[in-house]
Write a protein that binds this ligand. Structure first.
Ligand code: LHQ
Length: 261
């Protein structure tokens, strides 16, 4: 197995498990990721999805060794097919996941590994994690959704810096750039990340799903459209059990217990 799926309470943890190749994405790993993400999306008992890597890396993107034979013969891979078969579905599944997605960035992230982290809602990182877009190192353009996500996450100027200057981004810089949401010391990172994911998995899942969809949809909407979208989503949110529980808990001066329904 090149990827493990681990249920921890109401969260599911997907761990890319090829530490000897720094969790580079070969065909079976990408296929396993597509399937695991589909299952997580459809399973109502899963209320948050964490994506992480085994060993010292998060993920270093496409497995270049898998493509070695063609390159040695002077042929580039069929990029259109590669991207359509796995990277686009993975990116869309992460972005459209009707529950929070968290990249738990335990170490090096490069190439499409950065793209996967960017497609998640939040990025939590160890202070040993470092980031490099890496595509320019092999004369490619950023892919797997990173041309869409990166400027939106860090702004156009920093996206240009990360893509064109190509330097490593360390934990401090990643935090300053807004590339990551939280950084913790490596020894405390597993505990902190697990607690953060568990808190998300205990949240108002349907409201979270609608929040995600509204933010993404409204990136291309004017204010009037956004107000209309919010109203529609709020009507639906108002009819959930979790809304009733949230208000009741407030009135009773106790923390709410959300069921994700
Ligand atoms: C790897 C890889 C790797 C295979 C380390 N593949 N084995 C491209 C094409 C097609 C379609 C769609 O999109 C893409 C986009 C992409 O994602 S292109 C790939 C972008 N990623 C990279 O260019 C990163 C390449 N890796 C590196 O530059 C280094 O490994 C870094 C700087 C990440 C880490 O360096 P070190 O800490 O010095 O480790 P290492 O280089 O010794 O790597 C450890 C092992 O991992 C090594 O295997 P070996 O058998 O020699 O011990 C590497 O070959 C393997 N590995 N990245 N992408």
């Amino acid at each position: 197995m090149t990827m493990s799926v681990d249920r921890r309470g109401t969260a599911t943890w997907l761990t890319i498990d090829r530490p000897e190749a720094l969790n580079a994405l070969d065909g079976p790993t990408k296929q396993a990721l597509v399937e695991a993400l589909r299952e997580a999306a459809e399973d109502p008992d899963v209320r948050a999805v964490a994506l992480t890597g085994a060993g010292r890396a998060f993920c270093v993107g496409q497995d270049l060794r898998e493509l070695e034979e063609g390159y040695r013969e002077g042929r580039a891979p069929d990029f259109a097919a590669e991207l359509e078969r796995h990277y686009a579905p993975i990116c869309k599944l992460l972005a459209g996941m009707p529950k929070p997605t968290v990249a738990v960035v335990n170490g090096v992230a490069a190439g499409a590994g950065v793209s996967l982290a960017l497609a998640c809602d939040l990025r939590l990182a160890s202070d040993t994690a470092r980031w490099r877009l890496a595509f320019s190192g092999i004369a490619l353009v950023p892919d797997a959704g990173s041309t869409w996500h990166l400027p939106r996450v860090v702004g156009l100027s920093r996206a240009m810096e990360i893509a064109l200057l190509g330097d490593w981004v360390d934990a401090d810089q990643a935090l300053r750039f807004g590339l990551v949401n939280r950084v913790w010391p490596a020894d405390d990172f597993p505990r902190q990340a697990e607690a953060a994911v568990a808190a998300l998995a205990a949240g108002p899942t349907l409201a979270f799903a609608r929040t995600k969809a509204l933010f993404r949809d409204h990136l291309g909407t004017d204010l009037a459209g956004a107000l209309a979208g919010e109203a529609e989503a709020q009507v639906a949110s108002g009819q959930t059990k979790d809304h009733l529980e949230g208000v009741t808990a407030f009135l009773e001066k106790r923390p709410p217990t959300f069921q994700g329904a």
